[in-house]
Design a binder for this molecule. Structure first.
Ligand code: SAM
Ligand code: SF4
Length: 488
């Protein structure tokens, strides 16, 4: 613990009394005191979300206390409108790449915890990382990865940086043009500022760390005291350190099922508010993983806080409304029908996900609990997922331009709030989807994709300045001849 945790990089982000910004009692009080809200009060808050203004935890607590199902329906509809206003009908897809399951921690809910003797332990070599990437970029067609690590000296920041360099170097042929991973996000343990700078310098996209639970006592119970992860404050201030390191693209999340879901939503809203207040930049993404079964992990069955599908939809809705500008990630932990219910409110999902270490090159189809952190609910291929999205009216975007053009952090916040980012994104979605259809789509998916792309092009023709439309068509035609990576 003393080798990892740097008190001098925690204390500056705490209050004068040494407490962090999550005040459990205050959040519990908000939940108690906003019982049975008036419909008029709820509708005022919906208007605020529609104006793309963040809600406070007190306001989010009002929404969480709605009991009238008809009012919830209005909330879902507004959440969908908010998403449409900021992100239109785009869904960004990515894949997780698990690089190492070595872990020094003992989180009760996780298959990778050190005490779990049944898990096969592996840390990929760089040659293996390259082979995984070849499958992801060359056979499936992903452009964006989240790379995932247990916490261990062998998978420290230097290993993560080397992994990133290796992935960015892999270039493989697609059917018509060259393919490669263009954006790497990282999900790893909290780090010191100098480590974050190292990752920033090798092309880090989003730095993602989930708080798991914002409830201090529950956190202490689930993360044994002698482990690095037991330090709540080291974890809850990790995005402050990221900002200090110049990593302004951060992803927060909570693992739903560890404590009362309403409390966790308030924790996430409080975290987003804190980042906005301290740095003028909120989280680029919010994740809401839900607890799944894992090998020899009885806690998952024992917890009394498991979240039902109906409540899951509610928590997604309140997060969408409370942090209206943020990207929201639903993962393949969820079953297809749950994902479909939430799609109107979210912006990203993974597909063709394999979460065993080395699982893409091994091409195993069934899940293998002894090499997975948990079991997935949706193992469909990217091709199938994209076809379904297209049939439901969504365009899959492989755009990674925002990050490479410096449209991140507070720049992107302003663009998102004003709706300007959406303009570039709409153009880039068409261009990158064209690439993917040409290089990777099956005939059925290509047919569904062509319909969506034609519709998008007509909308752009009707609503964009002529100069932009023409430029886009010029790029579009060049992509048709095999050129790649043309974007706005
Ligand atoms: N080891 C790093 C850490 O703990 O910060 C990286 C994250 S871990 C490999 C990825 C995430 O998976 C965790 O942050 C946690 O939220 C989630 N997770 C752990 N156990 C899970 C389970 N049984 N079901 C669903 N998600 C789980
Ligand atoms: Fe290790 Fe992360 Fe799993 Fe905890 S959640 S046991 S830190 S891999």
């Amino acid at each position: 613990m003393s080798q990892v945790i740097r008190p001098d990089e925690v204390i500056p982000f705490l209050g004068e009394d040494g407490r962090d910004f999550i005040d459990d009692e205050a959040l519990e009080r908000l939940l108690r005191e906003s019982r049975a809200p008036e419909a008029a009060q709820v509708r005022d808050l919906l208007q605020k979300s529609l104006a793309i203004e963040s809600l406070t935890p007190a306001e989010a607590a009002v929404l969480l206390n709605v009991t009238d199902e008809a009012l919830w329906e209005e909330m879902y509809a507004t959440a969908a409108q908010v998403k449409k206003k900021v992100y239109d009908n785009r869904v960004v897809t990515f894949a997780p790449l698990y690089c190492s399951d070595l872990c020094v921690n003992n989180c009760l809910y996780c298959g990778f915890r050190a005490g779990n003797g049944g898990i096969q332990r592996r840390c990929l070599t760089m040659a293996e990382v390259a082979r995984e990437t070849e499958v992801l970029a060359g056979r499936i067609g992903h452009k964006r990865l989240i790379i995932v690590f247990g916490e261990h000296p062998r998978s420290d920041a230097h290993y993560i940086a080397e992994t990133m360099r290796t992935i960015y170097q892999v270039k493989v042929p697609g059917r018509r043009g060259p393919a490669q991973i263009r954006r790497i996000n990282v999900n790893a343990a909290p780090m010191a500022i100098e480590d974050l700078k190292l990752l920033r310098d090798v092309g880090l996209g989003t730095f993602q760390v989930f708080q798991e639970t914002y409830h201090h006592d529950t956190y202490a119970r689930l993360h044994p005291a002698n482990t690095v992860k037991s330090d709540y404050q080291w974890r809850v201030t990790c995005m402050h350190r990221a900002m200090a390191a110049g990593v302004d693209d951060v992803g927060i999340g909570a693992l739903f099922g560890l404590y009362d879901w309403r409390f966790e939503v308030l924790g996430l809203v409080a975290h987003a508010n804190e980042l906005e207040r301290s740095f003028g930049i909120g989280p680029h993404t919010i994740s809401f993983p839900r607890l799944q079964d894992a090998l020899d992990t009885p806690y998952v069955q024992e917890t009394r806080f498991r979240v039902s599908d109906a409540d899951f939809k509610k928590l997604v809705c309140v997060l969408r409304l409370a942090v209206p500008y943020t990207g929201m990630i639903i993962t393949a932990r969820e079953r297809p029908e749950v994902i479909r219910e939430c799609l109107p409110m979210v912006t990203q999902r993974d597909a063709s996900s394999r979460i065993g270490i080395g699982a893409y090159q091994d091409a195993y189809d069934d899940q293998e609990a002894e090499r997975q952190q948990f079991l997935l609910g949706d193992t469909r291929s990217l091709d199938e997922v994209i076809r379904e999205l297209a049939e439901l009216g969504y365009i899959t975007s492989f755009c990674t331009a925002g990050y490479r053009c410096g449209r991140t952090g507070n720049h992107i916040m302003e663009l998102l709030r004003s709706g300007k980012e959406g303009r570039f994104c709409k153009l880039n979605a068409v261009l990158t989807f064209r690439e993917w259809l040409d290089d990777f789509a099956s005939p059925e998916t290509a047919a569904a994709g062509e319909r969506i792309i034609r519709q998008e092009i007509e909308e752009i023709r009707a609503h964009f300045p002529e100069r932009m439309f023409r430029q886009m068509i010029a790029y579009y035609e060049r992509i048709g001849t095999g050129e790649r990576d043309l974007c706005f």
